[in-house]
Design a protein around this ligand. Structure first.
Ligand code: HEC
Length: 374
């Protein structure tokens, strides 16, 4: 154990251990719920079957505990709080849809829920994997890429990596298989960059994948961009694992500014690896030093960088950071910056060739935040 870690443990509040145990207990029931839901989720007919209604409803109810666990405002880092809030919203929607008989919508929401398990567990580096003593995921007999996703959802990253390596070595047969592989690769990269903080493994994996002869153009182009950023990372002397909160913040700030993303509402696939790094550094910086004077700016940068690393199912996430920035630092220059960014993103999200259709609640929220920032 490193000396720093030891000091951190000794300085931890006496009930930190009990707090952690409670989190772990809630997580075990979340895992239990996700494993139990798996056989039903796989098929619309099975999911709809009244004979399974009670079992599904029980699992959905178990999932509400995750939000409650993280509900107390101000106790967590902003990322955990934002993710727990989104998680609760999706679970409530899924439950409502399920109860009213809209089982397909509920089933679709479960995809977002598992994306949120993944997003929360991969928000920054974790020292150790969860040991699935019962090997319950193994027992689900899923195809390799689905199995990998499930391992990653339940915080078993080494097992996920092994399954990804198997799944990504298979030549796709159908067009849909390419999209599935591309999506698996995004998760794999997110784990290598944010959870493992392992530049050599990232570069090696992307180099291996980019060398495949059978790649369609869209996939090849994306891989090449990611590989270039991984190469830049491997030449970068910055070491995140031992950096102070201020150094992590400064590094992330330089990276986000260099990306030019603050000036555009669109995301940029070519910045995926560097923005994953930046978000990881910002999460870590905010966790290490929650009351730093750069907190508002860190939330702003997190909003900008998150938009470039976003899972399409979780498109609201970046604006939650921006909203936190305004609420935590009202009537400040950084709050005004955050509101402007929210307007840019909302305009982008809700406009099309048919005009702009911002939902009333979104417009109301923007108005409220603009007042708060003034
Ligand atoms: C808001 C953030 C958040 C969300 C959402 C979340 N988790 Fe977790 N999860 C955590 C944290 C924090 C830990 C780490 C607890 C620790 O080890 O200190 C954890 C740990 C775990 C563990 C490991 C427990 C152990 O014994 O080490 C499992 C399994 C798990 N989560 C499953 C899930 C599943 C399944 C979902 C989705 C249904 C989920 N989690 C959603 C934050 C979250």
């Amino acid at each position: 154990m490193s000396a720093l870690l030891l000091i951190a443990l000794l300085q931890a509040t006496p009930d930190a251990g009990a707090e952690r145990l409670q989190t772990v207990a809630v997580m075990h029931s979340a895992m239990h719920a996700m494993v139990s839901l798996q056989p039903y989720v796989a098929s619309p007919e099975v999911f709809r079957d009244p004979a399974n209604k009670e079992a599904i409803a029980t699992s959905l109810l178990l999932l509400t505990k995750v939000k409650h666990r993280f509900a107390a405002p101000g106790r967590q880092d902003p990322a955990t709080e934002a993710l727990a809030g989104l998680f609760g919203g999706h679970v409530e929607r899924a439950r409502g849809e399920f109860t009213s008989g809209d089982t397909e919508a509920a089933r679709a929401h479960l995809r977002s829920i598992s994306a949120l398990c993944f997003a929360c567990h991969t928000r920054d580096a974790v020292p150790k994997d969860f040991e699935d003593a019962g090997k319950r995921v193994e027992a689900l007999s899923l195809p390799p890429l689905r199995k990998a996703e499930f391992f990653a959802t339940t915080r078993q990253f080494d097992r996920a990596a092994a399954a990804w390596n198997v799944g990504l070595a298979v030549a796709p047969k159908l067009e849909a298989d390419w999209f599935e592989q591309a999506s698996a690769l995004r998760q794999y990269v997110a784990v290598l960059v944010r959870v493992k903080d392992d530049r050599q493994a990232t570069l090696a994996m992307l180099t291996r994948q980019a060398a495949r002869k059978d790649l369609p153009l869209f996939f090849h182009r994306t891989l090449e961009q990611w590989r270039l950023e991984a190469r830049e990372w491997s030449d970068d002397p910055f070491v995140a694992g031992t950096a102070t909160a201020a150094a992590l913040f400064a590094k992330a700030k330089t990276m986000v500014e260099a990306s030019g993303l603050a000036k555009r509402a669109l995301s940029d696939e070519g910045r995926f690896v560097s923005m994953l790094r930046a978000t990881g550094y910002l999460h870590a910086a905010l966790e290490k030093e929650p009351r730093a004077i750069w907190r508002g700016e860190a939330l702003y940068l997190l909003g900008v960088a998150t938009a470039a690393t976003l899972d399409p199912l979780l498109w609201e996430l970046d604006s939650l950071y921006l909203e936190a920035c305004v609420r935590e630092k009202p009537h400040s220059a950084i709050a005004r910056h955050c509101v402007e960014r929210m307007y840019d993103r909302a305009w982008f999200a809700w406009s099309g060739s048919g005009g702009t259709n911002i939902p009333t609640d979104v417009a109301q929220l923007l108005g409220e935040l603009r007042q708060l920032a003034k």
